[in-house]
Design a protein around this ligand. Sequence first.
Ligand code: F3S
Length: 395
Amino acid sequence: MHLTKKEEAMCNGEYGETIRKSMDILVALGDIYGASELVDITSAQVSGVSYKTIGQAGLEYLEDLAKDDKGVATVTSTLNPPGTDLDNWDKFGFPEEFSIKQNQIVDAYGRLGITKTCTCTPYLVGNVPRFKDHISWSESSAVAFVNSVIGARTNREGGPGALAAAIVGKTPLYGFHLPENRTADWIINVDTPLSGADFGALGYIVGQNVGGDIPYFVLENTPDNNDLKTLGAALASSGSVALYHVEDITPEFDVADKNNAFEKLTITKEDILETRKNLTTTNKEADLICLGCPHASLEEIKKVSEIVKGKTIKNKLWICTSISVKASADRMGYTKTIEDAGGNIVCDTCMVVAPIEDMGFKVIGVNSAKAANYVPSMCGLDVVYGDVEELIQFE
Ligand code: F3S
């Protein structure tokens, strides 16, 4: 990979130890994937935050890295969800020792210059790249959204690669950064209208079929941004989709792709119904309904507040979102309506990266196919899959 004189000096440690280590990672990635050079980025989104996944070794690595005050993020950079509500962990029963360690991890990232906006939907709260911007993001659902719906350019980075890119302000130029790698491979004809959790089911089926290829959807009805984030999260978790196109909706769809795509798939109403059924792993009732995977938007919180207004929710309800979206929900009165009904808005974390298996829950109700996919494998708990209206039960 070609390096400029300044980049070579960075590799030689002339700009400090953290930048040297970051360049090591970027150069190794570039060499592995055949990148020609490094390209400037405008934004980074860094995963590898939950103490559940990176543990004590990850905490010590980050604290060590953060000792060098010359090695800090040089572009807009935000964090993925940690494993606890950073401010209110005791109110919701997150384990104390875990939560203290978790806060130490986030503080170390803060010293590295990464904004402590902890969310998998950073595009809702200020980390919003432009069309065709090169960026380095690592949360798979956010990668799918930002590549597909905004048309920015990122590979599915690992946490260390995105952190290194945030600090150096560059990433290796390969893969989805190149326009020739962004054309559709599959045409997916969906011959039924979709709503709510149908979009997760669609993403789940298609991800299983296409793996890491690029699907091009022809839909019967128009999805909104919430539907697209649900779809992308499911595609990215059952497959490894980083980019999809939706005809007449997403910015890079090209009808010419229809002639070049090498595979075709038709999804019927029966496929959607069967997948929705199969994503549920138990016939028991959920003891925790957990919405917000990916993190809830203000519109999604508003919808829940309208559903529960003036009623008493039977089971526990968490809506996971960022602290910034919750602040808007507080101001709009949605938080109070939801709390009056017995639910809560939980900030920063989510049902997958939090240690919910240690918090007494057995069955989690979710409206996200990504959560339905990961809660059994990462938390060892059962899930019930459905629309918000089906999941929330009242006294
Ligand atoms: Fe976000 Fe957690 Fe789902 S990180 S996409 S809410 S699994």
